[in-house]
Design a protein around this ligand. Structure first.
Ligand code: SF4
Length: 292
């Protein structure tokens, strides 16, 4: 059987433009969270185990093959993004992969920035932070102001709490050089709006973090749900909703619409966050999913 490629896309990202995906995790979905909205479906392996999931050489081999086959033009990319089948900081060879990609394209006139999308759960480990900082841009996630919301939205692996995530992000910001961008995404589920204090709690947490940019998001795409527990690897970047591309969607996948906040709610929430952050972070750039 032909092995799956660890390079996917390019996909069009509202946040980053034309993004070529690198999957450092592979054919079993593996993460330290199992988010209620995860586009991979239900995570098969919820873990904090750091190891080599995908050999670096295979990623480089896949990059060469995809470019040679016309799958992408390096110079047309806006970003190369590590995400894929789970949490990229679980990959022990993350820094090695980033460096190998830089070396592969070192002679090109344009240098495409390399980013990682991380749920920030592993950053208390200085070795994980050091590996992550090989990227030009680190996109962090914090969806919950407290552990009650964290358990409900993110369903973390044992030992992961809001306090451990916050301390990891703060240490990353301290380790970070001026030329690395740290952006934070908050995925807002309507449950959030049930309690006024969540926003104030979240603002207090954000003030501590040392981030450069904030993104307000909500799960606007249907979630794939496997009826067998199998993982459909196409969901890692090429998402197909109900009625789309039925020809390639396997029988065991169904889609579930997720509860989202409305445009009005998102803008009201953004305005309130701006007010709450104005005293300590007056220049913080805030991006709203509905301003795409
Ligand atoms: S952190 Fe990302 S990959 Fe992991 S479960 Fe949540 S959405 Fe999915």
């Amino acid at each position: 059987m032909e092995r799956v490629s660890y390079v996917y896309g390019p996909v069009r990202s509202w946040r980053s433009g034309t993004s070529l995906g690198i999957d450092p995790i592979g054919s079993t979905s593996t993460c330290s969270f199992s988010c209620a909205y995860c586009q991979l479906g239900k995570i098969q392996q919820v873990t904090t185990e750091v190891k080599v999931y995908v050999p670096t050489e295979q990623v480089i081999e896949d990059l060469r093959a995809l470019e040679a086959g016309g799958g992408f033009v390096y110079e047309d990319l806006d970003v190369i993004t590590f995400a894929g089948s789970g949490e990229p900081t679980l990959a022990e060879n993350l820094a090695q992969m980033i460096d190998a990609i830089r070396e592969l394209y070192a002679d090109r006139k344009k240098q495409v920035p390399i980013s990682i999308l991380t749920n920030a759960t592993m950053l208390n480990d200085p070795i994980v932070r050091e590996r992550a900082l090989h990227a030009d841009l680190i996109s962090l996630k914090l969806d919950a102001p407290n552990d009650e919301v964290l358990r409900s939205v993110n369903q973390p692996a044992e030992g992961v709490t809001v306090a451990t995530i916050v301390s990891g992000i703060k240490m990353l910001a301290l380790d970070c050089q001026a030329d690395t961008t740290l952006q934070l995404q908050i995925m807002i589920m309507p449950k959030w709006l049930e309690k006024d204090e969540y926003l104030a709690e979240m603002a207090a947490v954000i003030k501590e973090l040392g981030i450069n940019k904030l993104q307000i998001n909500t799960p606007t795409r249907a979630k794939p749900v496997s009826t067998t527990g199998d993982y459909w690897i196409d969901t890692r970047g090429n998402h197909y909703g109900p009625g789309e591309s039925e020809d390639i969607k396997p029988d065991f996948i169904e889609f579930t619409e997720l509860p989202v906040i409305t445009k009005e709610q998102a803008f009201a929430l953004e305005a309130r966050l701006r007010e709450l952050l104005a005293d300590t972070l007056p220049g913080l750039e805030i991006v709203n999913v509905y301003k795409r």
